[in-house]
Design a protein around this ligand. Structure first.
Ligand code: V1P
Ligand code: CA
Ligand code: ZN
Length: 379
């Protein structure tokens, strides 16, 4: 496969169907977010552009899911709804064992959801493997906390791990970059012992903040291709942009990935109910531009983002960026227009709602931490 980019415009695929959005909209942590995201992107006319191809998602097979997940967990997910209809509620011990409790409780369509979210990211990887597209967008993917045999942190199956494993069929070195405000623990764990997959997560790190891992200090036990960037509250656009230039760019230059998976959870946005950061849509736009400038085969995934209107705004903006189009700052008239009250504007400003606690002296500690972790990363 030759992955040259002689063309000016990237060939972009967008994974979506109405039925899939309906399935994702039942995810308890993000009720109706998927519908909001795709509806706004469609309202902006982005799904009708010639340089974007909408691809309907497919189910992952049991065999594909079992490339990473345990067979009993996969079978349980697929059969739990039917089994509960016949036998009544599952015993709490089993649910606990599979992590399907609290923030990961069983919801309507969970089995279908698991198959489709995994199938979609696998499909994205296949498109890159076969050099059919340069960039594949899957906003409902990015479930970075799910484990081999259990759900965690709103994530049922780890579509990212499955997608990276698929990419490894074609690409010798894969970069995973995780912008979600939470640590990408599940993906890190899956690839911690290989130096063929560099996992990089930027995240809020503080006592009691989920999931509590990713300090950047536990270097010795693992391979050399794990980098964590633990940050404090109030992270703003300028700080992130500088961190990207000073830490991420040189790391990526020395690793020289052949393909990139970007987890673009937007729960670091100012005002997110779970996040602690102060980012704007433009801030995610900066990062995306920098990633696209690498001109590597790229999968763009979603992740967190707990204000659905803000997530829809960001993903609409980022989709337009991928296509190299400017879209109006005024939300177009459409069925869900009222959700964008009171301003009906696209931009969510980093209004300085909280101070950036990533001070110069803290950032110099972070730089040292990252230097220690990246020691020896080379292609
Ligand atoms: O804090 C926890 C659990 C509670 N245990 C003691 C640990 N869970 C968090 C999960 C956050 C998951 C983030 C997912 C992602 O990274 C990727 C999609 O964005 C949590 C929180 C919280 N404030 O952090 N769970 C819940 N809130 C929760 C809310 C409502 C009902 C149940 C749980
Ligand atoms: Ca992260
Ligand atoms: Zn998150």
């Amino acid at each position: 496969h030759a992955h040259t980019h002689a063309h000016t415009h990237a060939r972009v695929a967008y994974i979506y169907s109405k039925d899939y959005a309906a399935l994702c909209s039942h995810l308890p942590s993000n009720l109706n977010r998927s519908k909001a995201v795709h509806t706004l992107i469609d309202a902006y006319g982005l799904l009708r552009l010639r340089d974007l191809t909408v691809i309907a998602p497919r189910r992952a097979t049991v065999k594909e899911l079992c490339r990473y997940h345990s067979r009993d967990y996969v079978e349980f997910l697929r059969q739990v709804e039917e089994k509960e209809r016949v036998d009544g509620p599952t015993d709490s011990h089993t649910l606990e064992e599979y992590g399907l409790v609290h923030d990961c409780s069983i919801f309507e369509g969970i089995g279908d959801y698991a198959e489709f979210v995994a199938g979609s990211t696998l499909q994205a990887a296949t498109f890159l493997n076969e050099n059919e597209f340069d960039i594949v967008i899957h906003w409902d993917g990015g479930r970075h906390h799910a484990g081999k045999d259990m759900a965690a942190g709103f994530c049922i199956v780890n579509d990212i791990v499955l997608g990276i494993m698929e990419l490894q069929k074609t690409f010798d070195r894969v970069l995973y970059l995780d912008l979600d405000v939470h640590h990408g623990d599940g993906v890190e764990k899956a690839f911690q012992f290989t130096d063929k997959v560099l996992t990089v997560s930027l995240h809020h790190f503080a006592e009691g903040f989920y999931p509590g891992t990713g300090s950047g200090k536990d270097v010795s036990a693992r391979s050399k291709a794990v980098v964590n960037v633990p940050l404090r509250s109030g992270l703003c656009r300028k700080t992130l942009s500088n961190l990207f230039d000073d830490l991420i760019e040189p790391l990526v230059a020395s690793f020289n990935p052949k393909a990139v998976v970007l987890q673009c959870g937007v729960d670091g946005m100012a005002g997110d109910p779970l996040g602690k950061w102060n980012l704007s849509i433009a801030s995610y736009g900066d990062c995306l531009q920098k990633v696209m400038a690498w001109k590597k085969p790229l999968i763009i995934l979603g992740g967190g983002g707990y204000n659905s209107a803000a997530a829809a705004r960001s993903y609409a903006y980022l989709t337009s960026q991928v296509l190299g189009r400017d879209i109006s700052d005024e939300i177009p008239e459409h069925d869900q227009f009222e959700d964008y009250a009171p301003d009906f504007l696209l931009k969510v400003e980093d209004a300085g709602r909280q101070p950036d606690e990533n001070t110069e002296s803290y950032l110099s500690q972070v730089r040292d931490l990252v230097a220690r972790q990246s020691d020896g990363i080379a292609s």
